[in-house]
Structure formats: C-alpha cells, structure tokens
Design a protein around this ligand. Structure first.
Ligand SMILES: Nc1ncnc2c1ncn2[C@@H]1O[C@H](COP(=O)(O)OP(=O)(O)OP(=O)(O)O)[C@@H](O)[C@H]1O
Ligand SMILES: [Mg+2]
Length: 220
C-alpha cells in the first residue's frame, strides 16, 4: 500500500534535514503507529507521503499500479491524493462554511461515485463515528472530539487505499479514542487499505499492528 525508500526532507532555510534516508513499507490491511517526540518530523513525513510537501530525495510509492508521488507534477499528485489517500490532519481542517455532511462529502465530489449514492454513504459514516443526525450541523457548533470524528469520517468516506492520520485521537477522551481507533482499524482491515497513524498515546500505538519510533537517526 505504501513503500518509502531513502526519503530525505529539509525545510527551506533550515540548516539541517528534518529526516534523511527514511525507509518504510506498509502492507495491505496493516496499521502502523508512528511515535516520536514533538518536533521530530512526524507531520512533515505524513505531508510528504500525501504530496502536500515535496521531499528532497527518495521515493514514495502509492496506489495500484504503484506511482512515485515524489516525481509527479502538481496535477498528477492531486489526482493520486484524491483517489488513493484519506488524510486526518492534526488540526482537523474542517471547513467552517460547509455543514458536517458537506465536509464529509468533499472526497466523494473529487471521486467517481455517482452523486445519488453520496447521502447514504455520508449517513453510514456518520453512524459509524457516532454522529448520526449531525449532517446538517455547522462545525462551529461541534465539540473538539466531535470535529475529530468528522475528520475521520471524511478521511474514510471514499474508501482510500492509504490512510494517513496525524493524532486522530488527540482530542478525545479515552473511551471515545478507543471507539475511533476501532473504527479506523476495522475500516482499514475491511478495505485491505494501509494506514500510518501518528500518535503520542502508547495505548493507541499498542492497538496498531506495529509501532515505529521516529528519532534523529531514522525510523526504528
Ligand atoms: N514549513 C516549515 N519550515 C521550516 N520548518 C518547519 C516547517 N514545518 C515544520 N518545520 C519544523 O520541522 C520540524 C518537524 O516538524 P513536524 O511538524 O513534522 O513535527 P512533529 O513530529 O509532527 O511534532 P508534533 O508531535 O509536535 O506534532 C520542527 O522543528 C518544525 O518546527
Ligand atoms: Mg505533528
């Protein structure tokens, strides 16, 4: 689902690389936890995989047939991202001027599913994240944890082959966090997708298939 080879990233004007020569493979149906101290480069790594930031060297192979997102131009990158990737951002990025239902629909609008099927799919996801009846609500009226669940529903709605989640349970109480992780694990396994989940929670990491720690000298 995801193969990363020799990935190196240096931010503009930074005197040293955030990370260099990272190697990672995530298989179908596998959920990999990524832990590491604040500022080490976890979000930067996820952004590079999604093609939201450009790596300086290395390969990131995604999709069937595999494509290297590092070498694609902006348009092809956006198309690959829309088709293959579901992203849960650390800061949600729920659009405040769209309702909850419209937010979840965004990946569907970029995909090939017939519009007539969208409402049922959105209702299904809302039910799975425990937010039935929230479709017409405005994001400003939701709690932090509810917003986080909307972000997860949006990342899963188009059945992506790769799910990248940056602290998907960071704002949830332990019980809701557990439920959200169950949903994520269940969907990934059912869809035979791969997932990379950044977390500061050892408990969340322990529920994943494998845990990697990002440190100054790479992934271990
Ligand atoms: N656009 C940028 N330009 C320069 N430096 C950046 C940029 N984005 C991130 N950084 C720096 O790169 C390093 C890695 O940041 P990143 O957000 O990837 O860390 P993180 O591991 O996700 O941390 P956290 O656990 O706090 O979310 C940090 O030192 C950060 O300040
Ligand atoms: Mg981060």
């Amino acid at each position: 689902m995801l193969t990363v080879c020799g990935l190196t990233k240096r931010h503009a004007n930074a005197h040293r690389a955030v990370f260099r020569s990272l190697e990672l493979a995530v298989g179908a149906g596998e959920v990999v936890a990524l832990v590491g101290e604040s500022g080490i480069g976890k979000s930067t790594f996820l952004n590079c995989i999604a093609g939201l930031e450009t790596a300086d060297a290395g390969q990131i192979l995604i999709g069937q047939p595999e494509k290297d997102i590092v070498t694609l131009d902006e348009t092809a990158r956006a198309a690959l991202r829309a088709r293959e990737i579901g992203f849960v951002f650390q800061a949600f990025h729920i659009l405040p001027t769209l309702t909850v239902g419209q937010n979840i629909a965004v990946p569907l609008l970029l995909g090939r599913a017939p519009p007539a099927t969208h409402p049922a799919r959105i209702a299904e996801l809302l039910e799975q994240v425990g937010l039935s009846g929230f479709a017409e609500r405005w994001p400003a009226t939701l709690s932090g944890g509810e917003l986080q669940r909307v972000a997860i529903a949006r990342a899963l709605v188009h059945r992506p082959s790769l799910i990248l989640a940056d602290e998907p349970t960071g704002n949830l109480d332990p019980r809701t966090a557990d439920e959200v992780m169950s949903l994520l694990l269940d969907q990934v396994r059912r869809q035979r997708a791969g997932a990379l989940v950044v977390t500061h929670s050892r408990h969340v990491a322990s529920r994943c298939d494998r845990m990697l720690t990002m440190a100054g000298d790479g992934l271990r």
